[in-house]
Design a protein around this ligand. Structure first.
Ligand code: CAA
Length: 388
């Protein structure tokens, strides 16, 4: 029995900060961002947008296409959760009116948690083929102003329906993984922004890739030549390029520039203009691949490299299913990206500081264009609403 992703959809915020605006403000050469880190825009969440409203926006179109009463579990992966105790998935469960015969749990390990949730979901479906599991990866990437990380912010949520007989991709058995207790990126409980040792984090990422790849090869017997398209965790698109170069070098593959670009560029199109979305980034990259490769991908093998600072990494693969193109939601992804509104640097700062400390009680004016939003906080309790 094949198990994998049956439907997939992503959501991002309604606003963005252009790296051109950013470069002007910081008096830096624009090419540092466009060429050096490979980013053009970063989606910015207004105060009434959080990971729950983004997740609802990502998941709702999937639920409209299935019998939502069959959802048996919600596995919610995030590094930027909204509560230290209650799972973000339970807020989502309420907002989307999911069945009460459902298990909900939150997954955390920096940007790795989305891959962990997906692997857990496939294991659950293999154990019981009736399961239909909603996997969510959602994050708002936020660093301190005037730090190296500020140019690599962004936000997004990916919703995936994991089931037997998947229509998009079968996740293959076997993967390679790697863990090392390092401090390259972390966020203590009292902070809303991440701390990062930027250059070191890129080194740890590439080192983790080599280890996870080695384990993947030993576990599965699959080789570099067996993989048609490579999706990497993308904090910024240049990182994916560095990753693929590292892998090509490690396996001593002879790859032309054209082949290199074909293997990696389609999975970077959306990330370049959405920015980092931590646990969701790898899957935004996968959606970007599905939406942007015009050739038929059926039967092609796609690899996934997930990296979560701190650090945990995993390399796994899947096979695209025949007819996958009939269930893609490309038009909706493009509409969301194109309809975003640009912010000035000052407007971005206003949104940024507005989320720094949340009061006990607040009613948010509507800035998020829906269909779901964080309406307010009442006696420390967050409440959400459907706007359309
Ligand atoms: N034209 C072309 N290229 C230029 C340029 C110009 N005018 N100016 C600079 N560049 C190039 C530099 O040569 C450099 O290229 P290389 O990386 O190939 O050497 C690149 O642009 C970046 O320039 P800097 O190294 O000077 O940039 P920086 O130090 O200000 O920031 C960064 C880079 C450290 C990665 C920073 O963006 C950062 O801290 N980001 C957050 C951490 C991060 O994303 N780490 C990734 C691994 S960890 C992870 O993946 C988990 C996660 O999601 C956070």
């Amino acid at each position: 029995m094949k198990v994998g992703i049956d439907l997939i959809h992503f959501a991002t915020a309604d606003y963005y900060l252009g790296l051109d605006t950013f470069a002007e403000e910081k008096q830096t050469e624009l090419d540092k961002y466009i060429v050096g880190i490979g980013q053009e825009k970063m989606s910015i969440a207004p105060p009434d947008e959080d990971i729950v409203s983004l997740a609802a926006k990502a998941a709702a179109p999937i639920l409209e296409k299935i019998d939502a009463s069959q959802i048996s579990a919600v596995l919610f992966a995030t590094e930027t959760s909204v509560d230290q105790s209650k799972s973000a998935g339970v807020f989502l469960h309420g907002l989307l009116e999911l069945p009460s015969r459902c298990r909900v749990v939150e997954f955390k390990h920096a940007c790795y948690a989305g891959a962990a949730a997906l692997q857990m979901a496939t294991t659950m479906v293999k154990a019981n083929h009736k399961e239909k599991i909603l996997v969510i990866a959602a994050d708002i990437a936020k660093y301190d102003v005037d730090t190296s990380g500020e140019a690599t912010q962004g936000c997004g949520a990916v919703a995936m329906l994991v089931s037997a007989n998947p229509r998009i991709i079968e996740i293959e058995s076997g993967s390679g993984y790697y863990t090392d207790d390092v401090m390259d990126f972390w966020r203590p409980n009292n902070r809303t922004t991440a701390l990062v040792d930027g250059k070191y984090s890129t080194k740890v990422y590439l080192n983790s890739l080599k280890h996870a790849w080695q384990h993947f090869v030993e576990e599965t017997g699959r080789k570099f030549e067996d993989i048609d398209y490579f999706c990497y965790h993308i904090p910024f698109t240049k990182m994916a390029e560095k990753a693929h170069k590292t892998l090509v070098k490690k396996v001593a593959a002879s790859v032309t520039q054209e082949q290199f670009d074909k293997q990696t560029l389609p999975s970077q199109v959306y990330n370049r203009i959405v920015g980092n979305s931590y646990s969701a980034s790898l899957f935004v990259g996968f959606i970007s691949l599905l939406d942007n490769v015009k050739d038929n991908l059926a039967g092609k093998r796609v690899s996934f490299f997930s990296y979560g600072s701190g650090c945990v990494a995993e390399f796994f693969s899947g096979i695209i299913q025949p007819g996958y193109e009939k269930v893609l939601m490309t038009g909706d992804h493009l509409r969301q990206i194109e309809q975003r509104q640009p912010l000035s640097y000052q407007q971005y700062l206003d949104y940024y500081h507005n989320q720094e400390t949340l009061p006990e009680n607040i009613i948010f004016p509507q800035t998020n264009k829906g269909p779901y939003r964080l309406a307010g906080i009442d006696d420390h309790k967050r409440y959400y609403e459907k706007t359309t």
